[in-house]
Design a protein around this ligand. Structure first.
Ligand SMILES: Nc1ncnc2c1ncn2[C@@H]1O[C@H](COP(=O)(O)OP(=O)(O)OP(=O)(O)O)[C@@H](O)[C@H]1O
Ligand SMILES: [Mg+2]
Length: 280
């Protein structure tokens, strides 16, 4: 089982969209996926319609350190979710004032045997809840739109956050390798310049634990249309004309690069055939 946390200290870079679409593709490939919405604003929680809602959610996972009664089912077969529920707005404070607050989610998730992969979506702002999401991960994935302000925030904010958390390794919660993903790429010269600067950067102290993936996710309307349709994007855009790769091709390339042990062949088949396979 692998725990992958999608994180960035900048808001609005594409974390939730990326998390939901990765989950959809992995589940269509036969992986058992658990999503964790570790953002106080519950965007991921409503991305896919729920088939069955559990009584508890993130609050229970963090404070009780238990997944019991905290896992809901989405309508995407194979995708479960811990929804974000923080009715009193108290989670951040609770984590801050509890000695092991930042690692409870890590330990609660590590014992889960019924999933192949857990994807944690985090909030785009530094804080104890983001720390908890990062410290739970085996691997980190950070979308970076290729424009200068996002690239700077990645180099300063996201990498600074990792450096701050690294000493947690001595307490049994080592920070995972971080993969930067050039995300929402457009066809301007400026975007190409920023992307190539990111690829050449050595990222100072943390360079050993950081790399930029060769897969690039383009800015296209399919990702927004898929969110509107509440469907994984690879189902919506399987083919595409012109020079830009289709969402199915892009998301497949991303998983092949990030999680090479996973066989995606099944996910490339049309959805109805997949439903048939699943029920066979
Ligand atoms: N590949 C893409 N191409 C074009 N637009 C995209 C793409 N991916 C995401 N978007 C759009 O970018 C916006 C921000 O995406 P998203 O909400 O996933 O970011 P986020 O990092 O989770 O934000 P927050 O920090 O607020 O949680 C959304 O309007 C989304 O539809
Ligand atoms: Mg989000």
């Amino acid at each position: 089982m692998i725990i992958l946390t999608i994180c960035s200290t900048k808001g609005g870079v594409g974390k939730t969209t990326l998390t939901a679409n990765l989950a959809g593709l992995l589940a269509d490939a036969g992986q058992r996926v658990l999503l964790v919405d570790a953002d106080i604003q519950p965007t991921l929680s409503s991305y896919y319609p729920l088939a069955q809602r559990a009584e508890g959610g993130l609050h229970r996972l963090i404070t009780a350190g238990s997944i019991h009664g905290a896992i809901s089912r989405t309508q995407i077969p194979g995708v479960d979710i811990v929804v974000s529920d923080d009715p009193e707005g108290s989670i951040e404070n609770w984590i801050l004032h509890t000695p092991d607050g930042r690692v409870r989610m890590r330990y609660a998730l590590r014992d889960l045997e019924r999933y192949d992969i857990i994807l944690i979506d985090t909030q785009g702002a530094v804080g104890p809840l983001q720390d908890a999401g990062v410290l739970a991960a085996d691997l980190l994935l950070s979308p970076i739109p290729p424009e200068i302000l996002s690239a700077r925030e990645f180099a300063r904010g996201t990498l600074g956050m990792l450096e701050r958390l690294r000493p947690m390794g001595h307490l049994g919660a080592p920070v995972g390798h971080l993969h930067g993903l050039i995300y929402r790429m457009d066809r301007t010269i400026d975007a190409a310049d920023v992307a190539s600067t990111l690829r050449r950067a050595t990222f100072g102290e943390s360079r050993g634990g950081i790399s930029i993936l060769s897969t690039v996710v383009p800015a296209t309307v399919a990702y927004r249309e898929a969110a509107t349709a509440r469907q994984p994007v690879h189902r919506i855009e399987r083919q595409r004309r012109g020079p830009t790769a289709s969402a199915l091709e892009v998301m497949t390339a991303l998983v092949n690069e990030l999680l090479p042990h996973i066989d995606l062949e099944q996910a490339g088949e049309p959805c109805q055939a997949q439903e048939g396979l699943r029920h066979a």
